[in-house]
Design a protein around this ligand. Structure first.
Ligand code: UDP
Length: 377
């Protein structure tokens, strides 16, 4: 059997590309080394709860094309992410908004909050002596001041990334907006939600009718062979692994999950609680049922028990699942060297792992649609 495309990786990028290719009348085979499709958005249904096996995923986008596309596959619920931060036992609303400022400083009006932040920003800007902020720490201090930085950013970020805020690039915290209104919606995007019935429905919808083999590792000779039967290869795995780490290894942050079934209906009252202090070894606790309002995804009945997952950030080592690219200078340069090799390879590389980019799901879908538009038509 021969195919137009062999897609390595049945995650969101690979599945969107496969869907588009099939729609364009191409023949596609998708393989994945894991024993399930969906990559990191895969959910496991346990006692009626869709457990986000590889970390919490909340779909959000301002891109109408992407939103319409995913909604053409599956309906989304109206989940709105409003995480809470726990710092030394005190709770703060995220993102930084009037609720947070009231909790931090007792201020009750936007004018008072503005004044407080302005005073602390001023202090940070002065400390730079005319220089532009050069790292995450300087950037955060000049944007939100020392109180927010110390209580809600510094220790969480250092745990998450395993390095000092002064050694991290500023763009990592692009996702922390400041709001002078009482609004705990974490994302600024126009559209947001979780697929009704869980993410597997999205992936299953995308891969419906496409030949898909799980438990098939492209780096095993018998599967690598399959490349011969495809006109073109779409590779969505880690780019350095593709080249057998010949130029060296890219660094990743990974996450270790400890999941527990609790025999109570409500553990923390929210889907996401971040633990922003250094002394707590995990970064957050996810209570999965609240992504779907505590109701059984099949029957709509309230779920009696609950399932929680603690996320422990870890440094990636060979054999672990890579999660977050570490976009510092060394890794960015190394990635560019691999990208040069990739350009000569005649293979289509795409997705978070192959492009070494901190893609959100909507970026991933957009990138796959873009490739499809240029490649297939
Ligand atoms: N962050 C933080 N405090 C928090 C949550 C996030 O300082 O309570 C920072 C941290 O640097 C993190 C980044 O914001 O790496 C992005 O976090 P988010 O939870 O939005 O991203 P995710 O880990 O879900 O991709």
């Amino acid at each position: 059997m021969s195919y137009d495309y062999l897609v390595v990786g049945a995650g969101l990028y690979g599945a969107v590309f496969a869907y588009e290719a099939k729609k364009a009348g191409k023949t596609v085979k998708v393989i994945d080394r894991r024993n399930h499709t969906g990559g990191n958005i895969y959910c496991e249904n346990v006692n009626g709860i869709n457990v986000h096996k590889y970390g919490a995923h909340i779909f959000h986008t301002s891109n109408k094309e992407v939103w319409d596309f995913v909604n053409s596959i599956v309906e989304f619920n109206r989940y709105t992410n409003s995480p809470v931060a726990n710092y030394k036992g005190k709770l703060y609303n995220l993102p930084f908004n009037m609720n947070t400022f009231n909790r931090l400083w007792g201020v009750t009006t936007p004018a008072e909050a503005e004044a407080k932040i302005a005073e602390q920003r001023e202090e940070a800007i002065e400390a730079l002596g005319g220089r532009e902020p050069q790292n995450l720490e300087e950037q955060a201090l000049t944007l939100v001041g020392k109180d927010i930085f110390n209580i809600l950013i510094k220790e969480y970020t250092e745990k998450q990334w395993g390095r000092k805020c002064s050694e991290l690039p500023a763009f990592i915290i692009k996702r922390l907006p400041v709001r002078m209104v009482f609004d705990n919606n974490y994302f600024n995007d126009r559209y947001q939600g979780i697929p009704i019935g869980g993410y597997n429905r999205l992936i299953d919808g995308l891969l419906q009718g496409t030949e898909c083999r799980t438990g098939a590792d492209f780096f095993q000779p018998q599967y690598r062979e399959w490349r011969k039967y495809a006109r073109k290869l779409v590779y969505t795995g880690a780019i350095d692994e593709y080249f057998d780490y010949s130029l060296g290894q890219l660094d990743w942050r990974t996450v270790m999950f400890k999941t527990r079934v609790e025999n109570i209906p409500n553990y923390q009252g929210n889907a996401v609680v971040n633990y922003t202090e250094r002394e707590v070894p995990f970064t957050r606790i996810i209570e999965h049922k609240f992504f779907e309002f505590g109701k059984d995804s099949e029957t709509g009945e309230p779920i009696k028990g609950t399932i929680i997952t603690r996320e422990y950030p870890v440094t990636w080592e060979k054999g672990m699942e890579p999660y977050y690219p570490v976009n510092d200078d060394r890794n960015t340069n190394l990635y560019h060297q691999y990208a040069e090799l990739a350009a000569k390879e005649g293979v289509l590389f795409g997705g978070r792992l192959a492009e070494y980019r901190y893609y959100d799901m909507d970026d991933t879908v957009a990138a796959a649609l873009k490739l499809a538009a240029t490649e297939l038509y």
